[in-house]
Ligand binder design. Structure first.
Ligand SMILES: NC(=O)C1=CN([C@@H]2O[C@H](COP(=O)(O)OP(=O)(O)OC[C@H]3O[C@@H](n4cnc5c(N)ncnc54)[C@H](O)[C@@H]3O)[C@@H](O)[C@H]2O)C=CC1
Ligand SMILES: CC(=O)[C@H](N)C(=O)O
Length: 340
């Protein structure tokens, strides 16, 4: 089978490898659609994300879907030909976090395309069957692959308890900010304000139903939200990782509101006005990946309550992976897909 391997920053090799053999509890998947995530691009450009360093050649990719080719002896709920979305983080299933159901916080998660675990830019992958979700006929394989970023949105909206009537402000209109917008709307948010300094991203957010799209480098975002909705945002979801955006969340939220931090800043230290935070009694929450979200993400797609295919800019075959990553690095690109 063919796999695309990151051999060093900026370099891929498309190699022939043996097809994996599924263990008893695994399925063998013929991959069909794999999204290029910002973290894949970061590994491609820099060879590391924080302390996660690519020390050996690595197969990237963790937003994936495909068809079941074969199943292990102990798998009885999937069969060859089933179309599946693949949840890329598999926990130990034994620690206290796993037992509490917050398995994304398990310290021993094995996450696709994160060193040293190979990911999904491969024609075949063997993966635990309980982290593979059958797709209904109405959900495409591309949507199945994009259940991964959609899950980040489902989890963050659950963390922020976004609900009917809420004014939600989302900073960052990359794929993560856009899925936040989709999920916030689907769970009933009545007003969605999006902030992004890139004009094309603001335009896309408007086209996709943002009530207001603000350039935070030109306008005071907190003032714009107040002017638009009469108060600060009930929930602010930070989805850019930009320091000024993170710092602004305390001001953008209404008194008694909630801030959900999703974006990962390049540095750990970001100034937050804690006096304001205390005085306004804000709930400030971190949101990291997701747990128990794939069934909800698939249902949102099956109900046509969200659109994730609409922000895909391009697709490329596996053989053109390097060009695809170059395209994905453009700040105006939202999402590129590798099709296999
Ligand atoms: N906590 C988690 O589980 C996860 C976190 N992330 C993080 O979420 C963030 C967003 O991910 P993507 O959408 O893939 O990234 P992206 O880089 O495609 O999008 C970020 C967007 O933020 C915009 N931006 C830059 N400065 C801004 C500012 N001051 N105010 C508002 N927007 C600003 C950029 O123009 C861009 O459109 C990244 O930091 C990523 O690492 C991604 C996945 C999971
Ligand atoms: C943080 C990321 O972008 C990535 N999706 C991951 O969960 O590691």
């Amino acid at each position: 089978m063919q796999v695309a391997v990151l051999t060093e920053p900026g370099e891929f090799a498309v190699e022939e490898r043996d097809e994996p053999t599924p263990a008893a509890d695994e399925v063998l998947i013929r991959m069909r659609e794999v999204g290029i995530c910002g973290s894949d691009v970061h590994y491609y450009e820099h060879g590391h994300i924080g302390d996660k360093v690519v020390e050996e050649p690595l197969v990237l990719g963790h937003e994936s879907a495909g068809e079941v080719e074969a199943v292990g002896d102990a798998v009885d709920d999937l069969e060859a030909g089933d179309r599946i979305a693949i949840e890329p983080g598999v926990p130990c299933r034994r620690c206290a976090h796993c037992k509490r159901g917050e398995y994304h916080l398990c310290p021993d998660v094995t996450f696709m395309g994160t060193p040293p675990i190979d990911g999904a830019f491969a024609e075949y992958v063997a993966w635990p069957a309980d982290f593979a979700y059958e797709l209904p006929e109405t959900v495409s394989l591309r949507e199945g692959a994009l259940c991964e970023p959609l899950s980040v949105g489902v989890h963050a909206c659950r963390r922020g308890d976004v609900g009917p009537g809420d004014t939600v402000c989302i900073t960052g209109a990359g794929p993560i900010g856009l899925v936040m917008m989709e999920v916030a709307r689907a769970v009933g948010a009545s007003d969605v304000v999006v902030a992004d300094p890139v004009a094309k991203k603001r335009e896309l957010a408007r086209e996709r139903g943002a009530d207001l799209a603000v350039d935070p480098t030109e306008s005071d975002l907190a003032a714009a939200v107040r002017e638009h909705s009469g108060d600060g945002a009930d929930v602010v979801i930070e989805a850019s990782g930009a320091k000024p955006a993170i710092a602004s969340t305390v001001d953008v939220a209404r008194r008694g509101g909630t801030v959900v931090l999703v974006g990962l800043a390049a540095e750990a230290d970001v100034p937050l006005d804690v006096l304001d935070l205390i005085d306004s009694e804000l709930d400030v929450l971190g949101s990291y990946r997701y747990a128990n979200t794939y069934p909800a993400a698939i249902e949102l797609l099956a109900d046509d309550a969200v659109d994730v295919e609409g922000f895909v800019d391009f697709e490329s075959p596996l053989g053109d992976v390097r060009e695809a990553f170059e395209r994905a690095s453009d700040p105006e690109t939202v999402k590129g897909m590798i099709t296999l």
